[in-house]
Design a protein around this ligand. Structure first.
Ligand code: NAD
Ligand code: UD1
Length: 339
């Protein structure tokens, strides 16, 4: 019996695969390397001394996935595979729909045929749209997504809810991630964005390594502690462990369940910059700019449901994450590309 991990060579997937292997699970990864590199597999082996099975395939390709489901004995699926760039999704909404919703449909169909009833799905805090209040609770209103990427996450959540109604034997954990940052303590795996990073932490580490002259801080007139945007930054190693907690929960056959995975604490852009400077003794020059369209003042998670029902509690704080992100970036200035 093995766990099928789609998108398992990506940022969150690779950290989760390490935790699964370290905890004795057998793992089968499916990834098409659209946003990751084969070198990740070597790094996973170096960390865990175990090699997961790997298939290079597109999860939205029904025939390719059907072959894998025929060959393998799959106990549960963790579905990370998806495109995640907000800006690209605005340019190419059909690509995002086909890739993200299409791959989820293929998986559900094959899970039904092969009687695989357990699924963990990577959703996002983006499904809450513009929050009415913080902290955000799982039963708060969703919708009002400001971009096609966010809309695909919400569409998939609805699809999963309908699927669970039609298939009472299905057990599905929808995990709504807040903002993952940090890297594995080994410095061997981490976030490796293509081109100019969209997200805050990889931008900061690229300033620190000298690839970018300064950080652009998008707006200083938000209704927050210092005017800059507030988010809930969760260490990716904690986030990975959340998936193992969710798999354990599915063994209780709960039907469909939804959990926020965050720390419950908000941190502003400038607070994160200062934490990075303090943790690593590196100055991060920044320039205050215009707001980024679609950004919100603040969001952070209500975390009591995940604690009470999954026993999930974060171990690491933003200073740990800043130290680990920097270890990854400084050991791998060009990410997984060696030169
Ligand atoms: P990532 O891009 O690093 O990983 C996604 C992986 O999926 C990549 O390895 C990519 O090659 C693969 N992939 C994409 N489409 C595929 C397809 N059709 N078939 C096979 N493989 C495919 O992203 P990540 O940060 O690790 O995110 C993982 C999941 O979590 C995504 O679904 C993302 O939307 C979701 N999520 C991420 C964040 C975040 O801030 N990183 C926040 C909320 C939700
Ligand atoms: C963004 C996406 C969200 C997605 C998430 C994870 C948008 C509007 N939202 O969330 O849909 O789920 O990434 O991929 O893109 N910031 C700067 N300078 C930078 C980068 C960011 O000041 O160079 C600020 C932002 O304005 C924000 C905070 O840092 O206040 C965090 O930004 P980011 O890391 O992009 O995450 P989100 O905006 O929360």
């Amino acid at each position: 019996m093995a766990i099928l991990v789609t998108g398992g060579t990506g940022y969150i997937g690779s950290h989760t695969v390490v935790d699964l292997l370290d905890n004795g699970y057998d793992v089968i990864i499916v990834d098409n390397f659209s946003n990751s590199k084969p070198e990740v597999l070597n790094r996973i082996y170096t960390i865990t001394n175990r090699r997961p099975k790997f298939y290079r395939a597109d999860v939205s390709d029904y025939e390719a996935m059907a072959e894998i489901f025929e060959k393998e004995y799959i106990e549960a699926v963790i579905h990370f595979a998806g495109l995640k760039s907000v800006a690209e999704s605005v340019e190419k909404p059909e690509l995002y729909f086909d890739n993200n919703v299409g791959s989820s449909k293929v998986l559900l169909k094959l899970m039904e045929i092969h009687r695989v009833s357990n699924l963990v799905f990577s959703s996002s805090a983006t499904v809450y749209g513009v929050p009415q209040h913080v902290p955000l609770k799982e039963d708060d209103q969703v919708g009002g997504c400001t971009n096609p990427y966010g809309q695909t996450k919400l569409d998939i959540e609805y699809l999963l809810k309908d699927f669970a109604k039609a298939h009472p034997e299905a057990n599905i954990a929808i995990l709504r991630y807040f903002n993952p940052i940090g890297a594995h303590q080994s410095g061997l795996i981490g976030e490796d964005p293509n081109g100019i990073p969209n997200n805050l932490m990889p931008y900061i580490t690229q300033v620190a390594i000298g690839k970018r002259p300064h950080l652009n801080v998008y707006g200083s007139d938000y209704k927050t502690i210092d005017g800059t945007g507030v988010r809930d930054y969760i260490h990716v190693v904690d986030l990975a462990r959340g998936h193992l907690c969710a798999l354990k929960k599915l063994e209780e056959k709960p039907g469909l369940v939804i959990y926020n995975l965050g720390t419950g604490k908000g941190t502003s852009v400038l607070q994160l910059v200062h934490a990075f400077e303090q943790a690593n003794n590196i100055k991060i020059p920044y320039v205050i700019c215009e707001r980024r369209p679609g950004d919100i003042d603040e969001n952070y998670a209500e975390v009591s449901k995940a604690y009470e029902q999954l026993g999930f509690k974060t171990k690491y704080d933003i200073v740990d994450a800043c130290r680990d992100s920097w270890r990854w970036q400084s050991n791998n200035p060009n990410g997984y590309d060696q030169y």
